[in-house]
Design a protein around this ligand. Structure first.
Ligand code: NAP
Length: 336
């Protein structure tokens, strides 16, 4: 076992798009596990959009990262030392202490995972938090019903690609997605089976959505906010529902963004616009694992992962994900 481990610290609060200088990779001594603790060699680290919010010193649903302290986030690793009942050396676990090579984890905060049915990295993506977000957000929050026309933004990402496919599998009349490149748009239609897709950088979202959904939409799954939300409010049919999952278009904003200018339409159309957090829907997890796991095994639900190698590239992977470099889930891989 090496004597030292590297971990990322936030050293300055970003203003706008984060810069490499806002982060520092620091070396610490590898600690020994105390009673009830395990030492984990991290193998896969998650980078997620919500982490951008944690870099700001504001009150939110998760506390901000502290300056000059290790950052954290979803991670999967192998147990290399254990002082906890029920978890043995060699077990694989999912836990919340990413952004580092070795993690000292309280056993109560680690979940044993099985590498046999699915690759370990999928516990951070299609079978993990983003997957459950898609499942709960579409089926419970947006109250999806067979025959609905569904629009999802951020459609080639971890959450969005799953939303569109679940809608198709559950009998949507039509599924439309938007993404930030022609390559992603092609993927949505040809690989994921969306009925229509458009590149939001190629023209106004409202116009492109109007062409893709001439009869309007019943459900909007919002990953982006801004002009996407405004276009969706205009396109939603009577009693339409929007699940407000994320608004990544404004995560790096330095000024408060304008609200949708057409919100008054929600009254006459009796729209439901409902925000949600995946953490409120963990009761759906067993059902989600069974149903989505089954679709993956049967080859009916596809997923992509974009891997970036090495702890030294953790920040690059995060910034790349915010820029749209990823197809599907962005994951950092560390050597065994
Ligand atoms: P992701 O979609 O895999 O990656 C982020 C994607 O956002 C990028 O690939 C990029 O794709 C897109 N993007 C970046 N800037 C954009 C902009 N200005 N306009 C439009 N698209 C932009 O990330 P994810 O993990 O699946 O998360 C998707 C959304 O769900 C995020 O908003 C996140 O905050 C939210 N989320 C919410 C919950 C919850 O509990 N509510 C849980 C998980 C995630 P393009 O190339 O298409 O631009």
């Amino acid at each position: 076992m090496p004597a030292t481990s590297r971990e990322w610290h936030l050293v300055a609060r970003p203003h706008g798009v984060p810069a490499l200088a806002d982060f520092a990779l620091r070396e610490i001594e590898v600690p020994e596990p105390g009673p009830g603790q395990i030492l984990v060699r991290n193998l896969y680290l998650s980078v997620d959009p919500y982490m951008r919010g944690r870099m700001n010193d504001v009150k939110s649903y998760v506390p901000p990262f502290q300056l000059d302290r290790p950052m954290d986030g979803g991670a999967v690793g192998r147990v290399v030392a254990s002082n906890a009942e029920g978890i043995a050396v060699g077990d694989h676990v999912l836990h919340g202490l990413g952004w580092r090579e070795y993690a000292l984890v309280g056993a109560a905060h680690a979940v044993k995972i099985d590498p046999a049915p699915a690759p370990l990295s999928t516990y951070l993506g299609v079978l993990g938090m983003p997957g459950l977000t898609a499942y709960a957000g579409l089926l419970r929050v947006a109250e999806f019903a067979e025959g609905d026309t569904v629009f999802v933004s951020g459609a080639a990402g971890a959450v969005g690609s799953q939303v569109g496919q679940i809608a198709k599998l559950k009998g949507a009349a039509r599924v439309i997605g938007s993404a930030g490149s022609d390559e992603k748009v092609k993927l949505l239609v040809e690989e994921y089976g969306f009925d229509a897709a458009f590149n939001y950088k190629s023209g106004p979202v409202a116009e492109q959505l109007g062409q893709a959904a001439p009869d309007g939409i019943d459900v909007y799954f919002d990953n982006v906010g801004g002009d996407h939300l405004e276009a969706a409010i205009s396109a939603l049919n009577l009693h339409g529902r929007a699940a407000l999952c994320g608004m990544i278009a404004q995560y790096n904003a330095t000024e408060p963004p304008p609200g949708p200018r057409n919100l008054a339409l929600a009254i006459g159309k009796r729209l439901t616009l409902r925000g949600f957090l995946v953490s409120d829907h963990h009761d759906l997890r067993p059902q989600f694992i069974e149903e989505v796991g089954g679709w993956i095994r049967e080859g009916r639900l596809r997923y992509y992962e974009t891997f970036v190698e090495g702890i030294e590239n953790n920040v690059d992977a995060f910034l790349g994900m915010l820029r749209g470099d990823n197809i599907g889930k962005m994951v950092v891989t560390l050597p065994e």
